[in-house]
Design a protein around this ligand. Sequence first.
Ligand code: FES
Length: 118
Amino acid sequence: MNYNKFTSIKNGDLICSLDDLIDNKAIVLEEKNNYLPGLIVFKNKNIIKIWINDCPHANLSLDLIKGKVQSNDGKLLCANHGAKFDPESGICIKGPCKKKYLTNFPFVIENNNLIAGN
Ligand code: FES
């Protein structure tokens, strides 16, 4: 998959440090270029997922309020039309794109860092 239309991060680039992540908190990595949606990084214990910040309903970033992509129940929430996603599987569990998935972004862990690529 070509990720260029989603993020400026390329294979081998540093995404973030494991130390930047808190259990059950999603962080949004914004792009300097506002036309790119960027990434959402989610960690829960040993599970780390990186999703493209691009809702499958209407291909908009989930965060209308910059950086806020989680509802109080810990699910990922698209503020545009209310789709809710399981943060571990990426599946939409409620809303207009139910059963569709967020797009996974590949990474590896090296020296306590998340690095783009697979
Ligand atoms: S763009 Fe996400 S629910 Fe519509």
